[in-house]
Write a protein of this length. Structure first.
Length: 678
């Protein structure tokens, strides 16, 4: 049985306390307007509290709900003493202000406090210190490595105790300047390959790169990256994993030395040739890691930011040339090339005309026979190893770490005889991907995201993944967030127009119904004419301007602000009518400027509900568009209703990797393309 969340307890406390205070005010024979006012305010506070707690990014501290419990207990006690006629009549006359006080303590104060805490969290959530950025990058590198296929094989098949760092499956060779290539052992870090020795020259310790080295050997200090490092390899060879391994090593080094640069892992697939490289770099780091722009500029100015770039292969050839040119021309304030690491396929880089002046090249090598044998035997896949030995074509496919991992994980779904009959490499790759998809969709998870009754069927899951693959391919995205669904142009068809018109009608009917309930159906009927005119006007605008209306999702922060603002505007429309009416009844007209003031107040009070509705509709546009887009895509069957839960589900089954809060990417671009075809 799931536990009740603190947010639910807080919302329930706010509502129950407010309604008991309203009951006290009405039972104590106070003016009816006080009870009505407390009832309206209670509904508003409950809605504001719910929006604050339940919209993305909201949370309530574990013990915060206790703030409303004591006033609630007092309100319940007072109410029962009141209805049992156990209170002194003299004391009962003061219950009207007491009910307002208890309402303020148990309903208004918790609501205001949780909204303030949410706002403060938004204001201070951007990382403003080097240590925070370092922790975010390190957390991403570790999380992505633990969501890799290599890690999954070790977990599900080898079944040995796992550590954060698994030995590298493939060989890596490092080439620096004119020095010979250096092959790294699996247990050696990438940074160890950058340790270059050179003799002293004229009393100055310089290495072969012309950079200050160690006091005795002239060796460049291990871990120093003094220029552009190129990580080369075939598709699926392990380039991105090598980049993440390098990021983790650099994070460890930077954590122990404040002067060392902080690595940031960025995806060039998001780069636009319309933006200067430095501007894109600053914006991408701020967006991905939610970092203060001032911190990024300070780190760049001090040469303490080290970009690790992936995704060059996702750009078209023209963009690749432009991107390489931008990187080659970008200089630090000292005039030197900005140190960075860049992942790309070997054939892609060889086809480009632009050549970078490299500090080092890291080549990811294909797997050797001994490595494949050792890996498969350790993962209890002897039968697969024996079959690979008898077919040279399949063995060549297994030299790529991606496909070796896929074969190992999905071997139960592979029919060897059917696989061997396939003629081309592409057909055999497609067969492995299909087997992997079937295996992962049928695998029993240790901590399932869905229950057995609510888990989406395999075909439905593949359909949603196909749609996600298409969206990311069309927009050239490598990272996806459920809050960044593709925009949709509203079509002037009955099928699509019914959604915005229904939502608009429900909004106005709810507003008008509450207004009539509070102030009586006679007053509500009069204002109902104006509310109807507003509804018809807004509906006409939607019908006529449908092709120009673009439905899009919005950020959690803007979504929260829009929802809070629309509710607040509607409440102000209600309360202004009530307060101005109270002021008018308390003033005795004496002529002159008093009459003029009364006429102004009367006009304001009369139009307040109308302006409250109009302002509420205007401020509700962002969350309405967000909701309508999700409803239309859901009704089409293109997305699940709870998209965040589904993304966690497919991440658990190793189709996606979680790379940040509410951010995901496919395990590999080849898998994304295959899912898009299925």
């Amino acid at each position: 049985m799931s536990k009740i969340s603190p947010a639910s307890i807080l919302i329930l406390t706010v509502l129950v306390n407010g309604f008991f205070c309203m009951a006290i005010a009405i039972t104590a024979a106070s003016p009816p307007s006080v009870g009505i006012l407390l009832g309206v305010l209670t509904l508003g506070c409950g809605l504001l509290c719910a929006l604050t707690c339940w919209l993305p990014g909201g949370r309530v501290e574990q013990s915060f709900w206790l703030f409303g419990v004591l006033p609630l207990m007092a309100a319940v006690s007072v109410y029962f003493f009141l209805v049992s006629e156990s209170l002194n009549p003299a004391f009962q006359a003061n219950l009207s202000p007491a009910s307002v006080l208890l309402w303020g303590l148990g309903t208004a104060l918790p609501t205001g406090w949780v909204i303030w805490q949410r706002w403060q969290r938004w204001q201070s959530s951007a990382i403003a210190r080097r240590s925070g950025l370092l922790a975010a990058v390190e957390s991403e590198a570790i999380a992505r490595q633990q969501q890799s296929l290599h890690y999954a094989v070790q977990r599900y098949l080898v079944r040995e105790p796992l550590t954060e760092e698994l030995p590298r499956l493939w060989d890596v060779e490092v080439k620096i300047g004119k020095h010979p290539r250096r092959k790294l052992a699996p247990e050696q870090g990438i940074l160890e390959g950058f340790h270059v020795a050179a003799p002293r020259q004229a009393g100055v310790v310089l290495n072969a790169l012309g950079l200050p080295g160690g006091p005795k050997t002239g060796a460049l200090e291990m871990g120093a990256i003094a220029g552009i490092v190129l990580i080369l390899g075939a598709p699926g060879a392990g380039k991105t994993s090598t980049l993440l391994e390098l990021a983790q090593e650099l994070c460890d080094r930077a954590r122990h030395n404040e002067l060392e640069p902080v690595p940031v892992v960025l995806d060039l697939a998001h780069w636009s040739d319309q933006i200067p490289f430095l501007t894109w770099l600053e914006e991408e780091v701020c967006s991905k890691y939610h970092v203060n722009l001032k911190l990024i500029r300070e780190l760049l100015a001090d040469d303490r930011l080290l970009p690790l770039l992936d995704g060059l292969d996702e750009l078209d050839s023209t963009q690749q040339e432009h991107c390489l040119t931008e990187i080659a021309q970008f200089k630090r304030q000292t005039g030197q090339v900005l140190p960075l690491a860049l992942c790309t396929r070997m054939d892609t880089y060889q086809q480009r005309q632009t050549r970078l002046r490299l500090y080092a090249a890291v080549a990811v090598q294909p797997l050797k026979k001994q490595q494949i044998e050792r890996y498969l035997l350790a993962s209890r896949s002897r039968e697969l190893w024996e079959n690979l030995q008898t077919d040279p074509t399949l063995f060549r496919l297994a030299k790529t770490p991606l496909f070796l991992n896929l074969m190992t994980v999905a071997y139960e779904e592979i029919l060897i005889h059917s696989w061997k009959r396939l003629k081309t490499r592409e057909e055999r790759q497609r067969y492995v991907f299909n087997a992997y998809i079937r295996r992962q969709l049928s695998r029993d998870m240790e901590k399932p995201i869905y229950s057995r009754k609510t888990e989406p069927p395999a075909e439905q899951t593949k359909q949603w993944l196909r749609g996600l693959s298409g969206v990311m391919s069309e927009s050239n995205q490598r990272i996806f967030s459920p809050d960044a669904l593709p925009a949709l142009r509203l079509q002037p068809t009955p099928e699509q127009l019914k959604y915005p018109l229904t939502l608009l009608l429900l909004f106005i009917l709810l507003y008008a119904g509450l207004f009539a309930l509070i102030y009586g159906w006679e007053v509500g009927g009069i204002y109902g004419i104006f509310f109807g005119i507003i509804a018809l006007s807004c509906g006409g605008i939607i019908v006529l301007k449908a092709p120009d209306i673009e439905l899009s999702t919005t950020s959690p922060r803007l979504l929260w602000q829009s929802a809070i603002a629309s509710v607040t505007c509607c409440l102000l429309g209600f309360l202004s009518f009530q307060f101005i009416g109270a002021i008018l009844s308390a003033i005795t007209p004496t002529g002159g400027w008093v009459m003029y003031l009364l006429s102004v107040l009367f006009f304001m009070g009369a139009t307040a509900p109308i302006f409250g509705l109009i302002c509420g509709l205007i401020t509700a546009i962002p969350w309405m568009k967000h909701l309508l887009l999700r409803v239309i895509l859901w009704r089409r069957g293109e997305i699940p209703w709870n998209y965040s839960r589904f993304l966690e589900y497919v991440s658990q089954r190793l189709f996606l990797q979680r790379v940040g809060w509410q951010q995901y990417r496919f395990l590999h671009e080849l898998l994304r393309d295959r899912l898009g075809e299925s």
